[in-house]
Unconditional design. Structure first.
Length: 239
C-alpha cells in the first residue's frame, strides 16, 4: 500500500514531464545563432537555459541557480543533464531485466529468476569477472571525450571546471539518430522534454531502488503484475 501511495505521488508531481512545454514558461531563452540558439541572459532564471516551465516555473527551492556566474550555471546544467541521462537508462534497465520481461544481455535467465535488479551485479561478477574492469575503461573513455569536448584544458583554465565558451552543456556531439533540431526554439523545447523526463527518471530510479532494498521484491512483482520466481539462495553473494 505504501509503495502504491509513493508511486502515485511521484507520478502526480512529475506528470508535466510528459507534457509539451508551454510558451508561457518563465526564463525563456533569447534565441540567435549562438549556442544551439541560446544567448546567456543574466536577468533570466538560470541565465535563460531551457528547463523552466509551468506549473512550477523557476523551481529552485535550494537556491543553486541564484547569484551564480555563467560558468557555474553551465556546470550545474551539465551535471543535471548527465544525471538525467544516466537515470533514464537506469530506470529502463531496471524494468526490462526483471520479471516479467527479463531481458539480460550478459546471461540467460529463462531457466531461473535472478531476482531484483539491485542484486544483478552479484551475478555479473560471478559469471563475467572482468566485466567491471572493462566497463570502467569504457566509462573512462566516454568521460575523457566529454572533458576534451567541453572543458578548458588544465593550465589554460581560469578556475576549476571551466567550460569552454563555445560549449553548450551536455552537447558532446553524440546524435546517432539525428534528432537534434537546428532551430533554436525547437532545440529549447526538446531539451526541456529531455530534462523533464530525466528529472522524473531520477525520482523514479531512487524510488525503485529504495523499494527493492526494503522488501527485496522486483518492481512488477511488488505491484502484483508478475509471478515471484526468485530464490535468494541461488545468488552467488549471500547477505
Amino acid at each position: 500500500m505504501k509503495s502504491q501511495v509513493i508511486a502515485t505521488l511521484l507520478f502526480a508531481s512529475s506528470a508535466n514531464a510528459f507534457v509539451s512545454p508551454k510558451k508561457k514558461a518563465v526564463g525563456t531563452a533569447v534565441f540567435s545563432d549562438g549556442l544551439n540558439g541560446w544567448v546567456p541572459d543574466e536577468s533570466q532564471f538560470a541565465w535563460g537555459l531551457p528547463g523552466s516551465l509551468d506549473p512550477v516555473p523557476a523551481f529552485d527551492p535550494l537556491g543553486f541557480a541564484e547569484d551564480v556566474d555563467l560558468n557555474r550555471i553551465k556546470t550545474l546544467r551539465e551535471a543535471e543533464l548527465q544525471h538525467c541521462r544516466v537515470a533514464m537508462l537506469a530506470a529502463l534497465g531496471m524494468l526490462v531485466t526483471e520479471e516479467p520481461i527479463e531481458y539480460h544481455p550478459l546471461f540467460e535467465a529463462y531457466n531461473r529468476d535472478i531476482g531484483p535488479a539491485i542484486r544483478h551485479l552479484d551475478e555479473v561478477r560471478a559469471i563475467s569477472p572482468a566485466f567491471f574492469e572493462i566497463f570502467a575503461v569504457i566509462i573512462a573513455s566516454l568521460e575523457l571525450n566529454r572533458a576534451l569536448v567541453g572543458w578548458v584544458a588544465p593550465g589554460e583554465n581560469q578556475s576549476f571546471q571551466d567550460l569552454k565558451d563555445d560549449y553548450y552543456p551536455g552537447d558532446v556531439g553524440f546524435d546517432p539518430l539525428n534528432l537534434k533540431p537546428t532551430d533554436g526554439a525547437e532545440f529549447a523545447e526538446i531539451q526541456t522534454k529531455e530534462l523533464q523526463n530525466g528529472r522524473l527518471a531520477m525520482l523514479g530510479i531512487a524510488g525503485m531502488v529504495a523499494q527493492e532494498l526494503v522488501n527485496g521484491e522486483e518492481i512488477f512483482v511488488n505491484l502484483g503484475l508478475a509471478q515471484d520466481r526468485f530464490d535468494p539462495s541461488t545468488l552467488p553473494v549471500q547477505f
